[in-house]
Design a protein. Structure first.
Length: 315
């Protein structure tokens, strides 16, 4: 390399720099094209319904009246419920695999957890219909209604298929993503932190709580937001289990609808017109929610990263 022509080296560096710049800039172009096309196609719906589209419950293709509130509600609630169920399980898996699992078990169990992410969503949906929904209908939901039915979100009756079933399947689907990224974040924490905590007499739980979790917090927060993004955009499994009923119900056991499921079920049946524009506006809303979450994730990771750096400097 030392004997290479300097002019050829500079030319090669310039070409390489231009190629990687083009690769990075392509992402921006694709995102801009996607947003532009969604806005252009949904413009008739935006002009006709305005902000009422976000707060209206009506969805009447015959009379060309559309409102997206039930779908937004179903998407957000099912994703948040999935996150509430998945995060404790995912962190437990990550902590066990990174800190407590013996060497002979760590790799096979980690591979098995990661393989859950490779299962197609339609398989999750079929399993949910034939296994999970009957189980929830006969055992879990009656139990929760019996002892917690006084709380509106746990009010009956049990349906099996509904918002709760879709949330459980989503929780299972996002667990591999959250646990894998959290595990890697914990493994990147210096072993000196663990040894220092143990030398001071900390218990295993205290070592994890006071040493590993604060330093791995940026990665954990990023993992949770990525899992939430996966839950928001999931289509097939949610479509098969959420019930696909346009209603707003405080009970998590009632059937509902989501943005992805309404697009999947109705898009093939519509032609050009207000119905098509309304569905594309739903897609635009879903994209907007996802982008907001990613922006919030970036801010949270930066904030928690600075806290972790301060914690590390103090320790």
């Amino acid at each position: 390399m030392q004997g290479a022509n300097p002019l050829r080296r500079r030319l090669g560096d310039s070409i390489f720099t231009a190629l990687v710049f083009l690769a990075a800039f392509t992402v921006i172009i694709l995102m801009a094209m996607m947003v532009y096309e969604l806005v252009r196609q949904s413009l008739p719906s935006i002009e006709q319904f305005g902000l009422r589209f976000l707060i209206s419950r009506d969805w009447d293709p015959i009379n060309n009246i559309y409102g997206g509130l039930p779908y937004i509600y179903g998407t957000v609630v099912s994703s948040l419920l999935a996150l509430l169920m998945s995060v404790p399980l995912s962190l437990g898996i990550a902590i066990f695999l990174s800190q407590f699992a013996p060497r002979w078990l760590r790799s096979p169990l980690g591979i098995l957890v990661d393989l859950l992410a490779a299962i197609p969503s339609v398989v999750y949906g079929l399993w949910g219909i034939f296994v999970l929904a009957p189980f929830l209908d006969k055992t879990v939901e009656p139990f929760l209604i019996r002892y917690l039915g006084g709380i509106p979100i746990f009010a009956g009756p049990a349906f099996g298929v509904g918002l709760f079933a879709a949330s459980v399947v989503l929780a299972i689907m996002i667990t591999p993503t959250i646990s894998a990224i959290s595990r890697e974040a914990m493994l990147n924490v210096s072993r000196d932190q663990k040894e220092a905590a143990q030398a001071l007499g900390a218990t295993p739980w205290e070592t994890v709580r006071m040493s590993f979790l604060p330093l791995a917090r940026p990665g954990i927060v990023g993992a949770i937001i990525l899992g939430l993004g996966r839950a928001l955009g999931e289509t097939m499994a949610v479509t098969m289990l959420i019930g696909n009923v346009r209603q707003l119900n405080t009970s998590i056991f009632a059937p509902a609808y989501s943005i992805a499921s309404v697009i999947a079920t109705e898009f093939a049946e519509v032609t050009e017109g207000p119905h098509m524009a309304a569905l594309i506006e739903m897609a635009l809303i879903l994209l907007f929610i996802t982008l907001l979450l990613n922006l919030a994730a970036r801010l949270l990771v930066q904030k928690t990263g600075s806290r972790a750096a301060r914690f590390k400097s103090r320790s």
